[in-house]
Structures are given as structure tokens and as C-alpha cells.
Design a protein around this ligand. Structure first.
Ligand SMILES: Cc1cc2nc3c(=O)[nH]c(=O)nc-3n(C[C@H](O)[C@H](O)[C@H](O)COP(=O)(O)OP(=O)(O)OC[C@H]3O[C@@H](n4cnc5c(N)ncnc54)[C@H](O)[C@@H]3O)c2cc1C
Length: 438
């Protein structure tokens, strides 16, 4: 066995994977894996990162062509490197992927790409875990699952099996040219759904957008981006979602230089808004009568942020220009005041459905006792109930910001600290052991 815990073997990016023994294995080299590697490196923890594709592959190939970061470049980054970009601009997805590659290079992260972790099992005859990879078996004392919050696209079971339409998940959407001629129903109005609906409408397509409950912060208010507002108001650091709002999606956009997502504005532009998609019967789709409520709750969320921002400015005596026009709304469009509850897709000329309905995690490779009865990771700030197993990058892992670029960096620091502390305990020798070693 190659013992990577010996300093001479700590840099293992170029070594064969098979037979490696390492203190900590990190699975996945997206932003979460890169952040883990940075903190483990700083703390001198021997580790290896295995990535089945390339560094930050999700940013490179897992999203649509025109996607830019939802937050400005000054905000959506790690502390140790700035984007080569106007700090108030929104980095295109390729540039985000390049950024994480450059970041990993900066500290010579021990990342092996093109290696898939197939299973992790706790050893019964020795401490640690046996890890089966696509390039052989390795041993590790600890495993950090950094495989991302968005692994398996979810298409809800209501999706029609007998309608004559093309159906894709937002994860497969690339650009308007990919879709057949005709209209599109976009189901889901979080950041992905609204941005895709907007792009398709601007490309000349008839678009129906199915809108559920959502949060809708202003892109910017009184000369500050919403990322700044959520920061100073402590909302990125909120430790738990409000009960009942755990899965409420947040509709923001950095597209076209960044703009506030305004559903009435989208409707005036030509998008037909509908309520939550309820069911399909062949080509006939039924929508819930909740559109006006969903829009109203999104407005409440929007206005509550303006109020909190005004109060913060007053409290702190900041000199930021007033912006009364931010409180002016378009009148309700016809599709909101008189919503469509049923649509015959064929008659309406709708030939595609895009399911912007989110993702699930997939830990089928992690065969350890770190999950609850529903298969959800059991952990406290990423430290799982199975000693030696850690999760990073999950929604609300420690706070609202946990899945976002800057948030995962802080969570990774906490987990690396935990690992380093455990290693220190294990390195303790009592007097008799010390004497025997002398
Ligand atoms: C459309 C979209 C836009 C987003 N925009 C923003 C934004 O603007 N700003 C922001 O802060 N956040 C954004 N996010 C949220 C988040 O930043 C990204 O989803 C980010 O990619 C998550 O990083 P991650 O490292 O946790 O997971 P991922 O980027 O998914 O990385 C996980 C890695 O693990 C690898 N992997 C998985 N299984 C295995 C295995 N068994 N063996 C080896 N490797 C494996 C995968 O190949 C992948 O590279 C966005 C998310 C989406 C979906």
C-alpha cells in the first residue's frame, strides 16, 4: 500500500489511485471539494480529492449556455481569489468553472479527475473505510461527501407519459435552438425556471410559466445588490429556514447585467403565467388556482426586504439614495387576474415542457450509517452521525448560504477544523506510550 500519510506522499495528484492509503478522502471537486481541499491543506491534513469528471464540471457543462452567476463577482467567490472581471459584473458559467480550476491550482490541490467513487464501506477489521473507485480500491480514515446538492434532476410523477411533447429537465436545457418549433411550458419559477422562460420568450417562443411559492428579492436597492443586503441583514447566515418555507425557491437573475425578477413584468413582456401545475390528462394540463397568491407572497417577500433595507439605512445613518420607484408595481396582467386553469397543449401549440423542478441528492455509493429512515443525511454542520463521514454543500448544512459559493467555503472550514481536531486527539500518547516510543 502507498501510505499517503507520509509527507513524501502527500501530493498524490499524479500517482495511481489504486492501493492508496490516505487520512481524508474528499469525493467531488466542485466548489465544495475545492474548498475542503484548501482548508485541509492549510491544516496539514493529508488528503486526496477524487472527481469523476473535471473540476467544477457542473458549472462547465451541467447548465445552460447563457447562464451567469446569480451574484456579482465581488460576492460569488472564495476569499482567496478575485475574478478577472468588473466586481459588479456577473461571471459567465465557463468563467466560474475556470475560476475554481485556477483556485485549485493556486494551492496545488491534490485532485485526481476522471476517477469515480463507486462505494464507501466501513472496515470491520481495522479503522477507517474501504473505498472502491473506478481505478481500484483505496483506504481512508475519513470521507467527505462533496458531491453537490444538485445531483439527480427531479421530474415530478405528474409528468405526462402520453402527451406528444418533448420533455426535458432544466439540467438538460442549453438554448432555445435545441427545442422543436412551437410553444413551451416551463414548470417551476425559481432562478432556473424564470431565466429560461425569459430567454425563450425573447427568442420568439410562446411561453407558459408555471409559478409556485417563491422568494423574490430585488436585484438591487438603493445602490446595493441584494447579496449585500442579505449579508448585512444577516439573512445568508440564518441557521434554519422558516418552518414551511424550507423548500421555497428564490427567484433571482444575473442575466443581461442583472435585473429584479418581476413576474408581472414577464407577463407584460409576453409570458403567460399560470399557477402550480397540478395534473396531466393526455394533452390536457390542469393548474392550481394559486397564481395570484403565489405572486402576492413573492411581493410580500420583496417588500419586506425593501423595508428591512430602509430600516438598516436609517439605523446606521448610511448615505444611500432613496429609491421610491422600487415600490411601484405593474398592474396585474390578465393572466394573473383571470388565470388559465386548464390548457390543451396541442391546441395551444405547446410542443415542449421544461421541468425546472429541482434536484435530489444521490448517496447510493455511500454505504454507511449516516442517514435517517428517509435516506436524508444525518449531521450537525456537516459532521455526520457516522464517525469519520462528513457532508458539505448541502442546503441549510449550517445556514442559508451553505449551497452557495461563499457559504460552502465557510462550512468546509468548520469540517476541516473538526477533522484536524480529531487527528490531534488520536495523536495523543500517554506517558507510558511516550516513554516506549523514546
Ligand atoms: C442553475 C444553477 C445556478 C447556480 N448559480 C449559483 C450562483 O450564481 N452562485 C452560487 O453561489 N451558487 C449557485 N448555484 C448553487 C451552487 O453554487 C452550485 O450548484 C454548485 O455547483 C454546487 O457546488 P458543489 O461543489 O456542492 O457541487 P457540484 O458542483 O455538483 O460538484 C460535485 C462534484 O462531485 C462529482 N461527483 C459526484 N459523484 C461522484 C462520485 N461518486 N465520485 C467522484 N466524483 C463525484 C461531480 O462530478 C461534481 O463535479 C447554482 C446552482 C444551479 C443548479
Amino acid at each position: 500500500m502507498t501510505d499517503l500519510n507520509q509527507p513524501a506522499f502527500q501530493k498524490c495528484a499524479d500517482r495511481p489511485v489504486e492501493n492508496i492509503e490516505i487520512d481524508t478522502l474528499v469525493v467531488g471537486a466542485g466548489q465544495a471539494g475545492v474548498a475542503m481541499s484548501e482548508h485541509l491543506s492549510k491544516l496539514g491534513v493529508p488528503h486526496l480529492v477524487l472527481e469523476r469528471n473535471r473540476i467544477a464540471e457542473a458549472w462547465r457543462t451541467g447548465r445552460w449556455d447563457s447562464l451567469v452567476a446569480n451574484g456579482p463577482a465581488w460576492h460569488d467567490r472564495f476569499p482567496g481569489l478575485e475574478f478577472d472581471l468588473d466586481p459588479d459584473a456577473f461571471a459567465p458559467k465557463e468563467q466560474v468553472a475556470d475560476y475554481f480550476e485556477a483556485y485549485a491550482k493556486q494551492f496545488d490541490a491534490p485532485i485526481r479527475t476522471g476517477v469515480e467513487v463507486k462505494s464507501v464501506v466501513r472496515n470491520t477489521d481495522r479503522p477507517g473505510f474501504t473505498i472502491e473507485t473506478s481505478e481500484g480500491v483505496i483506504q481512508a480514515n475519513r470521507v467527505v461527501a462533496a458531491t453537490g446538492p444538485f445531483q439527480r434532476p427531479i421530474i415530478p410523477p405528474i409528468a405526462p407519459t402520453n402527451a406528444k411533447v418533448t420533455q426535458i429537465h432544466s439540467a438538460q436545457y442549453r438554448n432555445p435552438q435545441q427545442l422543436p418549433e412551437g410553444g413551451v411550458l416551463v414548470v417551476g419559477a425559481g432562478s432556473s425556471g424564470v431565466q429560461i422562460a425569459d430567454e425563450l420568450q425573447r427568442a420568439g417562443k410562446q411561453v407558459y410559466l408555471s409559478v409556485g411559492p417563491h422568494d423574490r428579492p430585488p436585484r438591487a436597492y438603493r445602490n446595493r445588490d441584494f447579496c449585500w443586503w442579505l449579508g448585512v441583514l444577516g439573512l445568508w447566515d440564518a441557521e434554519a429556514a422558516q418552518p414551511g418555507k424550507e423548500h421555497v425557491t428564490i427567484a433571482v437573475s444575473g442575466a443581461r447585467g442583472g435585473h429584479t425578477v418581476d413576474f408581472r413584468g414577464l407577463a407584460h413582456q409576453g409570458v403567460t403565467l399560470v399557477g402550480l401545475t397540478k395534473s396531466f390528462d393526455g394533452d390536457l394540463v390542469a393548474f392550481q388556482q394559486d397564481l395570484a397568491d403565489n405572486i402576492a407572497r413573492g411581493d410580500e417577500n420583496y417588500l419586506s426586504l425593501l423595508d428591512a433595507a430602509d430600516a438598516y439605512i436609517a439605523r446606521n445613518g448610511l448615505d444611500l439614495p432613496e429609491e421610491p420607484e422600487a415600490r411601484v408595481t405593474y398592474p396585474d396582467p390578465e393572466c394573473v387576474s383571470n388565470p388559465i386553469l386548464e390548457l390543451d397543449l396541442a391546441k395551444a401549440g405547446v410542443t415542449s415542457i421544461i421541468w425546472a423542478t429541482g434536484y435530489a441528492v444521490d448517496y447510493s455509493w455511500l454505504k454507511v450509517n449516516a442517514f435517517d429512515a428517509k435516506g436524508k443525511p444525518q449531521h450537525q454542520r456537516g459532521v455526520s452521525s457516522e464517525p469519520g463521514i462528513y457532508f458539505v454543500g448541502l442546503p441549510w448544512l449550517s445556514r442559508r448560504g451553505s449551497t452557495f459559493i461563499w457559504g460552502v467555503w465557510h462550512d468546509a472550514k468548520h469540517i476541516a477544523d473538526h477533522i484536524a481536531t480529531q487527528r490531534k486527539y488520536l495523536a495523543y500518547r500517554d506517558p507510558s506510550q511516550r516513554q516506549a516510543e523514546d
